[in-house]
Design a protein around this ligand. Structure first.
Ligand code: PEP
Ligand code: MN
Length: 338
């Protein structure tokens, strides 16, 4: 439920209400707005007498939260969440582009690619050190050596990093190197992993599961926020449908739906969505036009030789051309890219 404080409520009155709610077993999430403060109270309401709270000084009223996602939804928090990562303000009027290879393969090629995506206007560098592969015989990533290479690329370029963590046992290690923790599509409902990253003070890029509904996806975000980490970036990366012409089917309608239902930023991954580099530009442009807050795009200097996801990777030159086209679309929809 939401406890709405009156615009004239004092700080002391707000603190008293929070204290009372905690005593009653609720977890509290105050949101200090420009006009008034509201306190999200999450917990078991079965034994709860609303009058205990409504009779307290400074309380205006009590409103139930109808959606199952209490903290990720717009009922409690109406203003969009903006997540600052280095220069990027994800969820603001700026479009944030994250780019880089699927997997880190070696330092030279990774740093060269990092320099090129930075020149093209990307703000965040992507790369996988722990790869969730369908086959146990496929390249699984360089693990900590890969993270070290990522840190060297950040040092060389100033770009911030996003990389995937696939297991609860690795969160501490990955968090010690990266700026954004990525939860992959296959792990979207790995609830222990969501709880674990919820305990870190690091933005989380939460990819949509292959067959997850928008509600399930927002509930996954809820796990992270409920754990104490409000900095969740949602990423639509295509879902499984009957269509086989593309690797997945990108759900563009998720963008306006998520924008309506949630205050969290949403970006699109046109690379995993299509699986084919030729379609990446069209979908990237569509995503920006549809209201996405950013993109995450796979870029590789020699896709034919890539150890992972070469067929969907753009060459740096193509990526740079795409960024210019995206800039035009961004301007047309009142956003800033380059
Ligand atoms: C990735 O970003 O490299 C990746 C594995 O993505 P997804 O989890 O969306 O398949
Ligand atoms: Mn990939």
């Amino acid at each position: 439920m939401i406890v709405v404080m009156s615009p004239t409520a004092s700080r002391e009155q707000i603190d008293n209400v929070e204290k009372k709610l905690s005593e009653l077993g609720f977890k509290t999430h105050p949101i200090f707005g420009e006009v008034k403060t509201v306190i999200g109270a999450i917990g078991d309401k079965r034994q709860f007498n609303p009058q205990v709270i409504t009779s307290m000084p400074g309380v205006e009223n009590l409103v139930p939260i109808m959606k199952p996602y209490k903290l990720a939804g717009r009922e409690l928090k109406q203003v969009p969440t903006i997540i600052q990562v280095g220069e990027a303000r994800i969820g603001s009027d700026e479009i944030t582009v994250m780019a880089g290879p699927c997997a880190i393969e070696n330092e030279q090629s990774f740093i060269d690619t990092a320099i090129k995506v930075k020149e093209a206007g990307a703000k965040i560098l992507r790369g996988g050190a722990f790869k969730p592969r369908t086959s146990p015989y496929a390249f699984q990533g360089l693990e900590e050596d890969g993270l070290k290479i990522m840190a060297a690329a950040r040092e060389a370029t100033g770009l911030k990093l996003v990389t995937e963590v696939v297991d609860t046992r690795d969160v501490e290690l990955v968090a010690s190197y990266t700026d954004i923790l990525q939860i992959g599509a296959r792990n979207m409902q790995n609830f222990r992993l969501l709880q674990e990253v919820g305990m870190y003070n690091k933005p989380v890029l939460l990819k949509r599961g292959l067959s997850a509904t928008i509600e399930e996806w927002l509930m996954a975000a809820e796990y992270i926020i409920a754990g104490g980490n409000p900095n969740v970036i949602l990423c639509e990366r295509g879902i499984r449908t009957f269509e086989t012409a593309t690797r997945n089917t990108v759900d563009m309608s998720a963008i306006p739906v998520v924008k309506e239902q949630s205050h969290l930023p949403i970006i699109v991954d046109p690379s995993h969505a299509t699986g084919t580099w030729k379609y990446v530009s069209a979908l990237a442009k569509g995503a920006v036009a549809t209201g996405a807050d950013g993109l995450i795009i796979e870029v590789h200097p020699d896709p034919a030789a890539a150890l992972c996801d070469g067929p969907q990777s753009l060459k740096p030159l193509k990526f740079s051309q795409l960024m210019k086209e995206l800039d035009t679309i961004a301007k047309a929809v009142g956003r800033i890219l380059l």
